[in-house]
Design a protein around this ligand. Structure first.
Ligand SMILES: [Fe+2]
Ligand SMILES: [Fe+2]
Length: 249
């Protein structure tokens, strides 16, 4: 199918996810709804073939195989998760915020949804960003230090003294109980009325939220099923080595 001659409006209506891809590439679809993709690419100085390749790529399933991750060293898994955090904050959230802020519905039902979303979403973003920073500043930092100790690049004595109260088991348990972010997103999604033809922006937003929720779920799954088990093993190992060292002295 030749995407280049299609109107932006048609492309997005057929695949809601294209709205976010175009957005990352610098095309705000709602500004060019009636233009063909080729025309907009020319206007924006983008290579149309590359844009189409990006659109096609997003349709393929690119889910990461957790089993593959399980085989990686723990510091790489932490880097992978940090990169995912970065993408959530730099790519997904700005698009969602933009879409929510520019909602404008003439109909009563949608107007109510719009008002709710504009109130609730900033609260969600605040909690979400807090969760990410807490993870990076405490858990990830702790795990990376354990790895360094295990590789003999860091002295263990000061480390255990500094982190007497922290342990991975507790963090892991809290993490599993609190799937707050997902609850927040689901709550937001429940506010939507059923899909409506005249409300392209709402439909695009709903699809983007659905996709985001799925990403968050996979992310939490990697943390719960890959990161925590590996980190617990590493913590045990490092502690055991440290205790042996103390006994020797
Ligand atoms: Fe995370
Ligand atoms: Fe998390």
């Amino acid at each position: 199918m030749d995407y280049s001659q299609k109107k932006i409006k048609e492309l997005v209506a057929e695949h809601y996810v294209f709205a976010s891809v175009l957005y990352y590439l610098g095309i705000e679809y709602y500004e060019f709804e009636e233009d063909s993709l080729e025309k907009v690419c020319k206007h924006k100085g983008l290579d149309c073939k590359k844009v189409i390749a990006e659109l096609e790529q997003i349709q393929e399933n690119q889910e990461i195989d957790n089993l593959k991750l399980l085989g990686l060293p723990i510091d790489l898994i932490v880097e992978y998760l940090k990169h995912a955090h970065y993408l959530f904050i730099k790519k997904d959230l700005p698009f969602l915020v933009k879409m929510i802020n520019r909602l404008q519905s003439a109909t009563q039902t949608y107007f109510g949804v719009q008002k709710d979303l504009q109130e609730i979403f900033p609260l969600f973003v605040e909690d979400f960003v807090h969760h990410i920073y807490e993870e990076e500043d405490t858990l990830f930092d702790y795990i990376l230090s354990l790895k360094k100790i295990n590789d003999e690049r860091l002295n263990p004595s000061g480390f255990f003294y500094k982190h007497q109260k922290f342990n991975i088991q507790k963090f892991a348990m809290d993490h599993e109980v609190h799937d707050d972010e997902m609850k927040g997103i689901r709550y937001i999604m429940e506010q939507f009325p059923p899909e409506s033809e005249g409300e392209l922006n709402f439909n695009v937003l709903y699809a983007a939220l659905e996709r985001f929720e799925r990403k968050l779920m996979i992310h939490a799954q990697i943390e719960n099923e890959v990161l925590f088990p590996k980190a617990l093993m590493l913590e045990k190992q490092v502690r055991r080595n440290f205790d042996d060292l103390i006994k020797l002295n």
